[in-house]
Design a protein around this ligand. Structure first.
Ligand code: MRS
Length: 382
């Protein structure tokens, strides 16, 4: 796999950093998640392919241990509030002095500088600060955050993974590590570059929810079907729009022009009525194989059995039968090989990992007895 041989220490976080760590693990990195002691169960649902070590960082020995793990690794991924790692004496400058090849990724909401740097926050706050949230939502309604996808995952975990891979690539020539300051505000804003930069061509001149791609246009929206399901319509270009009308059995000559903004509410009314007359399966049969850009809005239950997704094996099942998306993108020679075993329990691999990092059994026993580390192998899974 592409990241084979890369050793990552991931400090346990909430959602964005775990996703970043999972991407690295899916593509072959050896990711060790550092958990707290005495925590019953992990809330990390993005733990695929990781191993867990439980260390009490409120002890000097725990901090010294983590330092040793970090300096022997390629990447440190930390999701804490600015200053937390420095307080522990594990800040990036000290760590890079000990291991100049270390890539030290800091994934936060507001970044490592600026007056908000130490403030608590979540996806919705970061998205709001990026400017993007102000553009999301239907006409006449308040701004609406699309789950916690934009800041936590697109602008956060994924962007941070890109930073890490770039730094690993650069290290092959310079031999040097570096510090990555991944701010979810900036990551989300960057993902939103199209929205920012396409203002110059008038894409967003109307208020929220009244533009072509923000649910303003009737040919770029979802419609309810007779069975309470939905179809997604993305028929932008005139040749595709014509096929949409054909599928809906509408005569272009009897309708207002596609780009007549003032007629969009009337067009939407007509499309709504039409889509409500047949089931999702009916519409899928009508539009499948055309260029009308109309697809069913698949539920999580439907998605993996859709023929296209089935043909590409786009969804995988783990050993418990739970379904999730296959890692993307697909690399031809070195594709991801996601681990199908169950997620690690907290501290499951403490002894295994410490042994791998050169600690003797006596060292490990002493740390276990002193409560510096915890090992919760198989019993926690019962
Ligand atoms: C009823 C509740 C149910 C909860 C269910 C939750 C289910 C999951 C839901 C996921 C929701 C995802 C949401 C929508 C998100 O947006 S997640 C993104 C959140 N933001 C970030 O990650 C940005 C960067 N991080 C932060 O800003 C902050 O970490 C935070 C998220 C605001 C949380 O702040 P806070 O809890 O005060 O923690 P921090 O200041 O970071 O300090 C962490 C403290 O923990 C300590 N720590 C760490 N590891 C260990 C360890 N192994 N052993 C002992 N201690 C440990 C650190 O030393 C630090 O301690 P201290 O410096 O405070 O004394």
């Amino acid at each position: 796999m592409a990241l084979a041989g890369v050793r990552v220490i991931e400090l346990a976080g909430l959602a964005p950093a775990p996703f970043c760590g999972m991407i690295l693990a899916d593509f072959g990195a050896k990711v060790i998640r550092v958990d707290r002691n005495k925590v019953g169960m992990s809330l990390d649902t993005q733990a695929r392919g990781k191993r867990s070590v439980a260390i009490n960082l409120k002890t000097a020995e725990g901090v010294a241990l983590l330092r040793k793990l970090c300096v022997q690794s390629d990447v440190v991924l930390e999701p804490y509030r600015k200053g937390v790692m420095e307080k522990l004496g594990l800040g990036p400058h000290e760590m890079l002095k000990e291991n100049p090849r270390l890539i030290y990724a800091r994934l936060t909401g507001y970044g490592q500088s600026g007056s908000y740097a130490t403030a608590a926050g979540h996806d919705i706050n970061y998205l709001a600060m990026s400017g993007l949230l102000s553009r999301l939502g239907r006409s006449g309604e308040k701004p609406y955050a699309p789950l916690n996808l934009m800041a936590d995952f697109a602008g956060g975990g994924l962007t941070c993974a890109l930073g890490i891979v770039l730094a690993l690539l650069e290290r092959t020539t310079s031999g040097k590590g570096q510090i990555i300051d991944a701010s979810m505000v900036e990551g989300a804003a960057y993902v939103g570059s199209f929205a920012w930069k396409s203002r110059s061509i008038g894409m967003w001149d109307s208020p929220r929810g009244q533009n072509m791609l923000d649910s303003g246009a009737p040919f770029y929206d979802t419609y309810e079907t007779a069975d309470g399901k939905y179809m997604a319509v993305g028929a932008i270009e005139p040749q595709f729009y014509r096929q949409l009308l054909t599928g809906l059995e509408l005569d272009a000559g009897e309708l207002p022009p596609q780009m007549s903004f003032t007629d969009w509410p009337e067009l939407r009314r007509i499309f709504t009525e039409r889509f409500a007359s047949k089931t999702q399966a009916d519409w899928s049969r009508i539009f499948d194989g055309t260029d009308a850009c109309v697809t069913p809005v698949l539920s999580f239950d439907q998605v993996s059995s859709h023929p296209h997704n089935q043909e590409r094996a786009s969804f995988i099942k783990d050993s418990s039968g739970d379904e999730s998306p296959r890692p993307a993108p697909v690399l031809s020679r070195t594709p991801a090989e996601p681990c199908l075993a169950s997620d690690p329990v907290i501290g499951e691999h403490t002894v295994e990992v410490l042994t791998e990092y050169g600690f003797t059994s006596a060292d490990i026993d002493q740390m276990l007895t002193a409560g510096v580390v915890e090992c919760n192998a198989v019993k926690s899974k019962l």
